[in-house]
Write a protein that binds this ligand. Structure first.
Ligand code: HMG
Ligand code: MG
Length: 324
């Protein structure tokens, strides 16, 4: 029995019947985390952060973006970074890719995975990638098939699923339709983004239910921002429904520069602490993950909001020692 699975007795409750025994964590701090930082971070700092994440056991890491350097200056060094990184066996480094130019850059940089991205709301899509949703899907229909033919894995994000900073409520039925189109194009998984951290568990139940009605849980992931402190509550709701893929960012750093108020991704160490103490395996070493959070703070040059990073780990024991 692993240290992780020995932490608590499984709660016999039927609510927990579908909770997975293993969860895959997709780390976004080098990309989503850093893209919103106004002070330019050195290539060496980015490499240190990524190495610390690898050492902690993260196997899927989004390392940068091949977007316009005018739109996201922080990640303008994407090629240079890709050149100095070597993905160890079993680890995938991926990068955001908005268009044909991005695909060309990702291919010449030698990455094995890209992530295309769009929003469920027109106004955010326009603000973020300067196109309508239909035009964006047309671009993706021209880049996803050749990316797959070139041997790349392609993931896709749908942003503003829980709410849009410009339009407010978003219809989940619309999100499902967009996700199905992206899967049909050849994306292996759709990451559903609560871009501005407004989601609540009731809404999450509704969104996840609609997805589970039409696809198995491995086809989608949750990408929660913790702007208003509801990210883990939403994760728990999704776990209870059998969702097993979650995005997170060490230290809780991050946000979309084109979504006002989009501060703070769910901190990876907060997610991993909760999962491990529930007996759910992630393959991640929490102590080393906290170390990676320290590296992120050094590299970024300020304290980060992640809670477990500050409080430290705490391992429950099955029963108190019987010394007395
Ligand atoms: P545009 O200005 O409409 O594009 O931007 P364009 O095709 O007219 O090109 C304008 C210039 O950009 C041209 O250069 C192009 O060559 C260049 P110029 O002639 O002016 O010198 N260009 C590029 N350069 C490098 N790489 C490229 C590229 N494409 C064009 N790939 C564009 C359209 C999509 C490029 C732009 O809007 C953009 O880069 N947007 C990215 C914004 C972004 O990265 N946002 C944050 C990520 S999304 C997010 O955080 C949400 C997420 O985390 C999930 C969630 O939380 O919900 C994923
Ligand atoms: Mg995000």
């Amino acid at each position: 029995m692993t240290q992780e699975s020995a932490t608590v007795d499984p709660p016999g409750d039927e609510l927990f019947a579908r909770v997975p025994t293993e969860v895959s964590v997709y780390e976004v701090s080098p990309r989503d985390g850093l893209q919103n930082e106004s002070t330019l971070i050195s290539l060496e700092g980015k490499r240190r952060l990524i190495n610390a994440l690898v050492a902690a056991g993260l196997r899927r890491i989004e390392v940068t973006s091949f977007v316009s350097p005018k739109w996201v200056p922080q990640l303008a060094d994407a090629e240079e970074l890709a050149r100095v990184l070597r993905a160890p066996e079993g680890i995938t480094f991926s990068a955001l890719c908005p268009n044909a130019r991005g695909l060309e850059r990702a291919l010449s940089a030698g990455l094995s995975e890209i992530a295309v991205f769009l929003s469920a709301s027109e106004a955010h899509n326009k603000a973020n990638i300067n196109k309508t949703i239909a035009d964006t899907l047309a671009v993706f229909s021209e880049i996803v098939p050749p990316a797959r033919e070139a041997g790349l894995l392609v993931r896709a994000y749908v942003s503003t699923v829980w709410g849009c900073p410009y339009e407010g409520a978003v219809d989940p039925a619309r999100v499902v339709k967009i996700a199905e189109k992206l899967l049909d194009l050849g994306c292996y998984q759709i990451s559903l983004g609560d871009t501005i951290g407004v989601g609540n568990p009731r809404q999450t139940r509704e969104i996840v239910r609609r997805f589970l009605d039409v696809m198995p849980p491995e086809r989608f992931a949750l990408h929660m921002h913790d702007t208003r402190g509801t990210a883990l509550a939403n994760v728990l709701t999704a776990l209870e429904m059998g969702v097993r893929d979650f995005d997170a960012s060490v230290g809780g750093v991050g946000g979309c520069p084109y979504a006002p108020g989009a501060a703070g991704n769910l901190a990876t160490e907060d997610l991993v602490f909760m999962l491990q103490s529930m007996g759910i395996s992630t393959g991640i070493d929490l102590d080393k993950l906290i170390e990676a959070g320290n590296v992120a703070e050094q590299v970024i040059g300020r304290a980060l909001p992640g809670k477990v990073h500050k409080a430290g780990p705490f391992r429950l024991r099955r029963s108190p020692t019987r010394a007395s």
